[in-house]
Design a protein around this ligand. Structure first.
Ligand code: FAD
Length: 383
């Protein structure tokens, strides 16, 4: 095998592209969106595969672009907290993305070029982009939860709405009064209540900056919403419906007012203040997606195109990194391409199913799983 085409140039596609380029393969990435994406502002718990990938394949010391926490802090409704010792590191989506893009030869990455179709051949795949057809030996489908190419590999697997949303917010550390910052410094903070959960932690600022003062506070609040509620939350202030997520800066004023009211009613004071200090809250629907296969011939599914796991696992980016590391290792160690792809699929399916179940189990314990029949609560993804 010589050439690999990667469909989708976000984290899932980039992990694969960087790892396979390390093997000396001729890798091309096609990404639908034009330009470098904004740092989506989102925080990500730094897990072992991502850390290993950054240091081994990108030459980046993950400790330099992540923020340490030393304790987990649990709030009660009265605002008092207790904590337990637990060290972790927090990173941002943007810091991982920048490390991967900087590592990949720019000529291999074609942004603003959606892949329209894939045509399988016996010994490869034709990738259709605009009027051009690019033959590759292996196609890696990394086009995310709304994948349009998933059906070429797996018949089922389109994600479904799980019945709740994550409201999210990011606040520059400089905009937080010192007495508020001090409450959360070095802490991964949680508030669990009836059918809701709030969590927050500091993440790096621009360009992975981690010095105190240059970081950002990142919070996530899981709130149940039926299909009509989801539509209201993700319809922006101009009345445009965004489907499964609402980007920062677009929240409708009535939805924002309701969020603040809800925070006043339900959250302990330190967490309510975070919501009130957030200029541009955004939101994402929580989805469940699982496939029954990840490989067909010379096509593989990776990242969210294969499994969309609940965010409580803190493992979506980790899973995408592990998809790439496992393929790298299988191609290096196994005697034939078919043997490597078969071993990869077996490993990644087992991991995906285990994580999927683990996430649903955590949500169950938090009371977040919808009691309504799935069909009534479900909405088809439009991403
Ligand atoms: C806003 C946001 C916040 C997140 N927060 C967290 C978090 O806090 N913790 C965590 O672990 N994970 C988080 N995730 C998830 C995590 O980033 C993903 O699970 C992981 O990066 C793998 O995603 P992916 O690359 O498979 O899919 P995606 O990130 O969805 O990327 C798919 C890419 O494919 C491109 N694409 C789609 N169709 C085509 C096409 N036809 N041709 C070419 N390109 C195409 C899209 O433009 C996109 O860039 C978040 C994701 C998002 C979007």
């Amino acid at each position: 095998m010589k050439s690999v085409g990667v469909i989708g140039g976000s984290l899932g596609g980039l992990f694969q592209a960087v790892a396979l380029a390390e093997l000396g393969l001729d890798v091309t990435v096609w990404e639908r969106s034009a330009g470098r994406p904004d740092d989506r502002g989102a925080g990500i718990v730094l897990q072992p595969s991502v850390a290993w990938f950054l240091s081994t394949f990108c030459g980046v010391d993950p400790d330099r672009i992540s923020v340490p926490v030393t304790h987990r802090q649990f709030f009660g409704r009265d605002g008092r907290s207790h904590h337990t010792l637990m060290g972790q590191r927090m990173i941002s989506w943007g810091a991982i993305y920048a490390s991967l893009r900087n590592r990949l030869d720019g000529a291999r990455y074609h942004d603003g070029q959606p892949v329209a179709a894939l045509t399988p051949r016996v010994d490869g795949v034709d990738v259709h982009v605009g009027d051009a057809v690019h033959p590759v030996d292996l196609a890696i489908i990394a086009d995310g939860s709304g994948s349009r190419h998933r059906g070429l590999v797996a018949l089922d697997g389109a994600p479904r709405y799980a019945g709740y949303v994550a409201y999210r917010g990011v606040i520059d550390e400089t905009e937080l009064p010192e007495e508020m910052s001090a409450v959360f410094r070095d802490r991964f903070s949680f508030y669990d209540a009836d059918r809701t959960q709030f969590l927050c932690y500091f993440i790096p600022g621009d360009f992975g900056a981690t010095t105190p003062g240059s970081r950002r506070m990142n919070w996530v609040w899981y709130v149940r919403a039926d299909a009509a509620g989801l539509e209201r939350i993700t319809t922006d202030r101009e009345g445009t419906a965004h489907g499964l997520s609402l980007p920062p800066g677009l929240i409708a004023s009535q939805v924002h007012v309701e969020l603040l009211d809800r925070a006043r009613m339900l959250l302990p004071k330190p967490l309510r203040l975070l919501v009130e200090h957030t200029r541009d809250p955004f939101a994402q629907a929580i989805l469940d997606g699982r496939v029954n296969r990840m490989r067909k011939g010379r096509m593989l599914l990776t990242g969210d195109a294969a499994f969309v796991v609940r965010p409580h696992t803190a493992a979506s980016a980790e899973k995408a990194a592990a998809d790439a590391i496992t393929l790298f290792t299988a191609l290096q160690q196994l005697p034939s391409l078919d043997a490597a792809l078969a071993a990869w699929e077996k490993n990644r399916l087992a991991e995906g199913i285990a994580l999927y179940r683990h996430g649903v189990g955590i949500a169950q314990r938090l009371g977040l799983n919808s009691p309504m029949p799935t069909t009534a609560a479900a909405v088809e993804p439009t991403l």
